[in-house]
Write a protein that binds this ligand. Structure first.
Ligand code: CDP
Length: 214
């Protein structure tokens, strides 16, 4: 079983992906963590969003320390912004492609895979039988992310998180390679007024009764 979950920042796509993975015994890949890990690795080398070149950024992908994907250090607004800058570079996306497809075709454990990101249903796994596109109002997403970061002890303010997210959304939707958009056959869920349980229940019912279940 393969499930693609795409969506905007703090839309609830990661939460949904984790819950589906645990429910169906699937391996889960948070692809945003790959771009964040690359962003952090570049920032640590002193390369900021304005000075990093495409070939240079892409050149760091093959020997990227993947343990960074588990690091709390990637969960900052600064790293998210850097991730979104390098994620717009076609050579970077190309260098992450096979890792993501290999994960789906040979999941490290479980009975299949769920990948969450921006272009899973549209580019990485266009034949995935189950696809979701998760979104919510910007203000609500920024509020969720502010609370999440504050809960982790980061001193952030709503208006800064909101502005960073607005810019990142624009960049993710507007880039020419693999922009954030719903695949034509994705089930769209607006989580603005839904909690995680309601989103999970809705996704489950699509999987159990939708065309991909046959
Ligand atoms: O957690 P949040 O939804 O805020 O972001 P994320 O999923 O960790 O992704 C961070 C950034 O990586 C995004 O803003 C995208 O620019 C980029 N990304 C991407 O381009 N393609 C993916 N499949 C996943 C993330």
């Amino acid at each position: 079983m393969i499930i693609a979950v795409d969506g905007s920042a703090a839309s609830g796509k990661g939460t949904l992906a984790k819950r589906l993975a645990s429910h169906y015994d699937l391996a889960h890949l948070d692809t945003g963590a790959l771009y964040r890990a690359l962003g952090l690795a570049l920032l640590r080398r002193g390369l900021g969003p304005d000075i990093v070149g495409e070939e240079e950024a892409a050149g760091h992908v093959p020997d990227l320390d993947l343990s960074l994907t588990e690091s709390a250090d990637i969960r900052t607004d600064e790293v998210a912004a850097m991730a979104s800058v390098v994620a717009a570079l076609p050579a970077v996306r190309q260098n992450f492609l096979s890792l993501q497809r290999d994960f789906a075709s040979n999941p490290p454990h479980g009975r299949g895979a769920v990948l969450d990101g921006r272009d899973i249903g549209s580019v990485i796994l266009p034949d995935a039988p189950f696809k979701f596109f998760i979104d919510a109002d910007l203000e609500i997403r920024a509020d969720r992310r502010t609370r999440e970061l504050q809960g982790k002890g980061q001193s952030v303010m709503f208006r800064d998180v909101f502005e960073d997210m607005r810019i990142r959304d624009e960049r993710d939707r507007g880039r020419s390679t693999a922009p954030l958009c719903a695949a034509a056959d994705a089930v769209a869920i607006d989580t603005s007024s839904m909690d995680a349980d309601a989103v999970f229940t809705m996704a489950l019912s699509h999987i159990e009764t939708g065309p991909g279940s046959k």
